[in-house]
Ligand binder design. Structure first.
Ligand code: B12
Length: 635
């Protein structure tokens, strides 16, 4: 029977991140409400972790550990069994502390006698100073009481996650769950098998939480949002529970993973779990689907939607314009337990810290990327290629509404690369209205970011900026059409650093045609950027070729040949390639990471760059004062 106005429940499945909600359900809920619909949301990722670490959850984990055959016991499970009473007593305090509800526990945690310490605490040994002093003093000084305790508490939770991994589910992690079952998986078989396996403790806990959400919200339609491959398996477990308990509830799958990897979906078995799968921005396809569910629109007029017809997968795209970015409404966090998120302090890297610590309202300054040329990026996909901005007035209206609703003033702008013009207008509007927020996000280090603009952004609340320096090599930056040069990056990053903004560089190695010399020179440029106070933090990623990127679409232009993709009806993303350039990226990668890690801690910034590499490498060809000179020459 058609429903006049279906009630919608949007779900964040495990796992995404635990410190703050992933924003897709906030966007979709806000949008549907702006159209007068009954829309709710629930974060089952957070709920799952909190439930597993309740006294009852820990007792069940204890049972699972005790039931392990000898051959399956690990040092982590032995630690858990031996320390169970102390672990069970400490866990609720640790959770309350990480939720910010019980800050004084920090003193107990810092004694290092309160939390039972498992294998994760071994990482602290790396920091013991030569005099045998306090291993965390270098990171937190004598005073950083809360941060130090937060780091120790995070190590404790990581130990518990490892016990779950060893005793219950080898695929369990806090920020990704069973990722390899979905990432670039040409075949659905691994997921199908996993979903058919008898439920373990994680599955049954998720089942219970799903049923509770169904009975609380009584939805007619459930939206399962999967931003990453590491949330697909759990999304389908949730869908499976819904289908078994309430077969009439309509289930829809969408999100970044679907938009990237399932564009050529032809696997009918996925529809045993979900009724529809939609591509790209969700607003328009969802309106069409909800009209269909209400009996007001036929299936032939669905928008960007896969569905199963008998044993065939069909894709219907009745072309209707997307909802303009100006008109998607304000995201709402209403319904999410904002005081229950866990501020984790995982890696002692200042930028990683922003990702995992603290409650950030997530907002996009624009839809898509204004540059959309970088050859390693999925520029052919809608979330990059359809660039649409909103006026500064609309953005600041949204910001004010969100601050009013959540009571929190931290913003993460989640654009791939926030546009400088829009940021400038936004900063001016924030300052004009006297709206005090802190914000951070990703940009391209392009020359529009002058020292004056960097200062203006800092004045408007910008506390951190990340951007791609990628393979720090002018030849390769040109080949990848990044549109920046190293000299420019030096000036822009210095401008932000001088304005008191934390600067993080995304770095890459293994790009087509990259030679050993390019790699050594890249680390030398990075060294000089640290030496000159331009950047504070960075991370080297290994280049991966994807099917929707210019390299994947035109490999010959980049001097590589692609390996054929395995035939399959499910996901497509990463693709292997052959680069005839004889470079040992594995060996060199270790050197890059080691050098960078040390520079971030101010160590060895003046030593010869060759010393970081485990393999013999040539001397750098970069002039010793390249960055210093770039900073003193006028543009
Ligand atoms: C900001 C960002 C990050 C940040 C913050 C992540 C976070 N947890 O919040 C950081 C840098 C930490 C990050 C990390 C990672 N990211 Co990231 N990230 C992004 C980015 C740029 C924006 C995400 C965002 O907030 N968008 C805003 C929201 C509102 O958009 P949305 O989720 O897409 O939702 C819209 C639609 O998809 C749709 N929709 C969503 N759900 C549903 C559900 C239904 C039923 C329907 C109908 C519609 C629908 O409607 C929404 C509104 O239009 C995207 C790319 C992009 N431009 O979207 C990549 C992206 C999501 N990330 C990606 C990846 C791979 C990762 C990592 C796994 C990388 C890694 N190897 O570590 C990690 C995972 C981190 C984690 N576990 O949290 C990929 C995922 C693609 C894939 N292969 O599955 C993307 C698409 C980029 C890419 N092509 O590489 N990421």
């Amino acid at each position: 029977m058609p429903l006049s106005s279906p009630r919608v429940l949007a779900v964040i499945p495990p796992m995404t991140q635990l410190n703050t909600p992933y924003p897709s359900t906030a966007y979709l809920t806000g949008f549907l409400r702006s159209r007068g619909m009954d829309a709710r949301q629930v974060d089952l990722a957070l709920a799952l972790v909190l439930e597993l670490f309740t006294p009852a959850g820990l007792a069940q984990l204890h049972d699972a550990v005790r039931a392990l055959p000898d051959a399956k016991r690990t040092p982590q499970t032995a630690w858990f069994a031996a320390e169970f009473a102390a672990i069970a007593a400490a866990t609720p305090r640790v959770i309350a502390f990480l939720q910010g509800r019980d800050p004084t526990v920090a003193h107990r945690i810092n004694t290092r006698a309160f939390l039972p310490e498992g294998a994760r605490f071994a990482s602290l040994e790396a920091y013991v100073d030569e005099d045998g002093g306090d291993p965390l003093a270098w990171a937190f000084g004598a005073l950083g009481l809360q941060d130090r305790a937060r780091h120790l508490a995070t190590l404790f939770l990581n130990d518990l996650a490892d016990v779950l991994r060893d005793a219950v589910d080898a695929r369990f992690e806090f920020v990704r769950y069973a990722e390899s079952l979905a990432a670039a998986q040409a075949h659905f078989d691994p997921l199908a098998e996993a979903l058919a396996a008898p439920p373990n403790l994680v599955d049954t806990t998720l089942q219970r939480l799903t049923l509770a959400a169904l009975s609380e919200h009584q939805p007619d339609v459930v939206l399962l949002s999967v931003p990453f491959p590491g949330s697909v398996y759990a999304a389908l477990r949730i869908a499976q529970t819904i289908k078994a308990a309430r077969p009439h509830v309509v289930t829809i799958l969408g999100g970044g993973y679907v938009n990237t990897e399932l564009r050529e979906l032809a696997e009918p078995r996925l529809f045993d779990f979900v009724d529809y799968v939609t591509l790209d921005a969700g607003e328009r396809p969802l309106l069409a689907l909800l009209e269909h569910v209400a009996g007001k629109r036929s299936k032939t007029r669905l928008v960007r939607t896969f569905w199963r017809d008998g044993s065939e997968v069909r894709y219907t795209n009745f072309v209707e314009p997307d909802i303009p970015f100006d008109d998607v409404g304000t995201p709402t966090w209403d319904g999410l337990p904002l005081d229950r998120y866990l501020s984790l302090l995982d890696m002692l890297n200042p930028m990683n810290r922003l990702w995992s610590d603290g409650r950030w309202n997530k907002l996009t300054v624009a839809h898509g990327c204004y540059w959309k040329k970088c050859s390693f990026c999925d520029v052919s996909l809608d979330y990059i290629s359809r660039y649409e901005a909103a006026s500064a007035e609309v953005l600041v209206d949204r910001i004010e509404a969100i601050v009013k609703e959540t009571g929190q003033t931290g913003f993460h702008f989640v654009d791939e690369a926030a546009p400088p013009k829009a940021l400038k207008a936004l900063a001016e509007e924030l300052i004009r209205r006297g709206v005090a927020i802190s914000w951070w996000g990703n940009i391209r280090f392009e020359k529009t970011f002058t020292p004056e603009l960097a200062q203006l952004l800092a004045d408007s609340g910008c506390i951190a900026i990340s951007g791609g320096l990628e393979v720090a090599s002018d030849r390769l930056l040109q080949l990848m059409k990044k549109g920046v040069s190293i000299e420019q990056v030096a000036r822009v990053t210095k401008a932000f650093a001088d304005a008191g903004v934390l600067v993080h560089a995304y770095l890459m190695y293994g790009f087509p045609t990259q030679t050993t010399q390019d790699t050594v020179d890249a680390l030398e440029y990075v060294r000089q950027l640290f030496e000159n106070g331009c950047i504070h933090s960075g991370f080297f990623h290994r280049f991966a070729c994807t099917v929707h990127s210019p390299v994947g679409l035109n490999p010959a232009e980049y001097g590589v040949t692609l390996q054929p993709l395995p035939p399959g009806r499910f996901a497509k993303n990463d693709i292997a390639f052959i680069d005839p350039t004889p470079t040992d990226h594995d060996g060199l990668g270790q050197g890059l990471k080691k050098g960078l890690y040390n520079f971030m801690h101010g160590i060895g910034v003046d030593s010869d760059i060759r010393s970081w590499f485990p393999v013999r490498v040539p001397k750098t060809t970069v002039p010793k004062r390249f960055v210093e000179r770039a900073l003193t020459t006028t543009r």
